[in-house]
Design a protein around this ligand. Structure first.
Ligand code: DSN
Length: 416
């Protein structure tokens, strides 16, 4: 209230989140308990180092909090070691590279056009500038990872590290097959499970351990915690990973966020969290069905996880226009590149949609399918103002029926 401008903008953003349907697969609604941790004076503390080995005094409670977060992360992900300090998924990936590689070392990772991330060696990202990334794609027919291509490239380029991970791949990752290839050339194997961490915990996706040496994730996507990163690894890499995070790439950890991560890990151990993850997949599949029924082409033909990727390359409308028009009626999706992209990353041929956030609202298959129908209706009537207004009203009705953050203006209430 002291700063009216910011206060009002925060209120407006909370209202936008309440009244919109988030289909961006990497977004979700953290619980009030998680949100409250981040608004505490823990944010004031400096605690460079690790529990019981800090550079500053006054860390007795911070140590206990980080110890709890580490123990919970290890238990949740069946990991031998956990580092809960990375500020984000990119920081987590940067720390792993620093721990395992030297500048110019070769890494084999998925290309951005096959579901990869900027930190998998994009030329405009630190990863592509410092390290020698070689990319694998997907099979042109199946649009799934092609293990013959991956093995061929692994043998040819002898990478020190193989990365598996995705931001827009609608199918399951086969960690065992990646491990078999990594073993043939003596490479480390890293899985970036940022998108699918929640699904893994709930056994809706296979587990990266014992196949991977190191696993990175964010904590705010399907995991539904605070915005942040996490590294899990085998014991023998623990020291290297910890040194790479601090003092390698970060200074003081965000203790308020680490407390929120601990709370999120506890939430993720519950039975209701497992049920939630199962519903995420059912809802993504319900959406996929509607698009297929309406004649849309989905990359790989469907989904095994929380997201679908629609190919609009044969449409006259731009993906950017679809994203913008949906935004105006309160549905949030994102334009995305597809395999063998022929347009540009600024106006690509794909629309990426996911179900984690609408499932947090309490949507089941019926509502998820109906949401897909609304998206289809908008795309088919993109120039019809009257129909767009009708859809906007339907969106509002749905958000009112399945509310989020309803008790006070700063999101302390949570409907589910
Ligand atoms: N921005 C994230 C996503 O949407 O997948 C990745 O960093």
């Amino acid at each position: 209230m002291e700063d009216k401008k910011i206060y009002n903008l925060i209120k407006k953003e909370i209202q936008r989140q309440r009244e919109g349907l988030v289909l961006i697969p990497s977004e979700n609604y953290a619980s009030p308990a998680v949100l409250r941790c981040m608004g505490t004076p823990l944010s004031n503390k400096y605690s460079e180092g690790y529990p019981h080995k800090r550079y500053y005094s006054g860390n007795e409670y911070i140590d206990e909090i980080e110890d709890i977060a580490i123990e919970r992360a290890k238990k949740l992900f069946k990991a031998e070691h956990a580092n809960v300090q990375p500020h984000s998924g990119s920081q987590a990936n940067a720390a792993v590279y620093l721990a395992l590689l030297k500048p110019k070392d070769t890494v084999l990772a998925p290309s951005l056009f096959a579901g990869g991330h900027l930190t998998y060696g994009s030329p405009i990202n630190f990863s592509g500038i410092i390290y020698n990334f070689i990319h694998y794609g997907v099979n042109p027919k199946t649009e799934r990872y092609d293990f013959d291509e991956i093995e061929e490239k692994a043998k040819k380029y002898k990478p020190k590290l193989i990365v598996t991970g995705t931001t827009s791949y609608p199918r399951a990752l086969n960690f065992k097959k990646f491990k078999e290839i990594a073993d043939k050339i003596g490479a480390y194997l890293m899985a970036d499970i940022a998108h699918i961490a929640g699904l893994i915990i709930a056994h809706c996706h296979s587990h990266p351990f014992p196949f991977c040496d190191v696993v990175t994730t964010t904590t705010h996507k399907t995991l539904r915690g605070p915005r942040g990163g996490l590294i899990l690894s085998k014991k023998d890499l623990a020291e290297k990973i910890d040194k790479a995070v601090f003092p390698g790439i970060q200074g003081g950890p965000l203790d308020h966020v680490i407390a929120a991560k601990a709370v999120c890990f506890k939430e993720a151990m519950s039975e209701s969290f497992k049920k939630y993850q199962k519903q995420i997949i059912l809802n993504a599949q319900a959406m996929a069905q509607e698009f297929v029924k309406a004649g849309f082409r989905l990359v790989t033909g469907g989904t095994d996880n929380h997201l679908i990727l629609i190919d609009i390359s044969s449409f006259k409308i731009d993906s950017k226009r679809i994203q913008d028009e949906l935004d105006k009626i309160g549905i949030y999706v994102n334009k995305n590149v597809i395999p063998f992209e022929k347009r540009t990353p600024f106006n690509p041929s794909g629309i990426r949609l996911g179900s984690p956030a609408i499932t947090s609202r309490g949507f089941k298959e019926k509502e998820a399918g109906y949401t897909a129908q609304l998206v289809i209706k908008l795309i088919k009537n993109i120039n019809n103002k009257k129909i767009k207004n009708q859809i906007k009203k339907e969106v509002k009705k749905l958000t009112q029926k399945f509310p989020i953050y309803e008790m006070d203006s700063f999101g302390s209430g949570f409907a589910r």
